[in-house]
Design a protein around this ligand. Structure first.
Ligand code: SF4
Length: 326
């Protein structure tokens, strides 16, 4: 029997990542080569999306990535060099700093992350305490918690629920990071509801369409495979979750491996494997998946099939500052 690759669909770029990359790309294209003052055409705060290859490619075209706004010189602010905020969003403190320095901000925060920020503000206005399930230190979580640090209580796992203390007269609502595992969140929500039965759930889940769709597809593929390769960077929350979902679906039959690209694959993973499933996180260009498929072909996986769970047609318009430039 021929060795087989099963590609999960949907995989790879989501609408928020596509929009964020297009944002930087549009600015770079409009910049027409190096500036006489030696300043770069664009600054990007943090990784525009959590993928090493994407960041390296944009940096090679002139984008300068900074961790914090204080790395941007005053001359750049005076010259109106655009500063892009990444897809993961920023806290109000960062926005205030940008305003204070009159930086020309182009906000590429994914609209679905922006929705969670607005929910925080609304619930705080209405007197709620917010339990937020997210990853401590992740850019998205930092931005959301930063909207109201005294009222947003970050937890990661079901075990963290025990650390929370609220009395029944406290209005309590749950919000979540957009890129968590649907199944894992269910466990945490169950623990929260046991301890705080009056906690309210948001009208619709904050876990975004792209995260849910990729997890559904990876689960189906892993159920038919002996091993999975998930393409995505280690700091990409949704890629790491995909690997965990794949591992659960594989069970004792095999293991899921996360790689940044084909070069990180170890041929020993595929000893005795007939069917390998392949997927990729929402920040991963499909050329990296193509590289993985090519390497697997070289290892004797000659058949390639696709399992598609849903066809996505989501699209977000560019940030308002750029719409005139397209
Ligand atoms: S994974 Fe979801 S929330 Fe994150 S950028 Fe993509 S669409 Fe937006």
């Amino acid at each position: 029997m021929a060795r087989r690759i099963i590609l999960a669909n949907p995989r790879g770029f989501c609408a928020g990542v596509d929009r964020a990359i297009q944002t930087v790309d549009t600015i770079l294209k409009a910049s027409h080569g190096p500036r006489p003052d030696g300043l770069p055409p664009v600054y990007v705060r943090r990784q525009i999306v959590h993928n090493r290859h994407v960041v390296e490619q944009l940096a090679a075209r002139g984008a300068v990535f900074v961790e914090e706004l204080d790395e941007i010189p005053d001359e750049a602010a005076a010259a109106g060099i655009p500063v892009v905020f990444s897809a993961h969003g920023v806290s109000p403190a960062v926005q205030r700093e940008a305003d204070r320095r009159a930086l020309a901000v182009v906000d590429a925060t994914c609209p679905l992350v922006g929705k969670v920020h607005r929910e925080v503000l609304r619930f705080v206005r209405e007197g709620y305490e917010i339990v937020y399930i997210g990853h401590d230190g992740h850019d998205e979580a930092v931005g959301v918690v930063g909207e109201s640090p005294e009222h947003v209580h970050l937890i990661e796992h079901a075990a963290d629920v025990d650390k929370l203390e609220f009395t029944p007269d406290t209005k309590l609502v749950l919000l979540t990071q957009t890129t968590l595992s649907v199944d894992e969140t269910a466990d945490v929500i169950a623990a929260l509801q046991r301890r705080f039965p009056w906690i309210e759930l948001p009208p619709s889940s904050d876990i975004c369409y792209a995260t849910s769709n990729r997890q559904e597809a990876v689960k189906l593929v892993a159920q038919q495979a002996d091993c999975m390769v998930v393409v995505g960077s280690a700091n990409s929350s949704n890629s790491v979750r995909l690997m965990e979902v794949a591992n659960e679906a594989l069970g004792a039959r095999g293991e899921a491996h996360r790689v940044d690209d084909a070069a990180e694959m170890d041929p020993a993973w595929f000893d005795g494997v007939d069917t390998v499933g392949v997927s990729s996180g929402a920040s991963v260009p499909d050329e990296l998946v193509a590289g993985v498929v090519e390497r697997l072909r070289g290892l004797g996986f000659s058949e390639v099939d696709t399992v598609e769970t849903i066809r996505e047609n989501m699209h977000f318009v560019l940030p308002k500052e750029l719409r005139a430039q397209r």
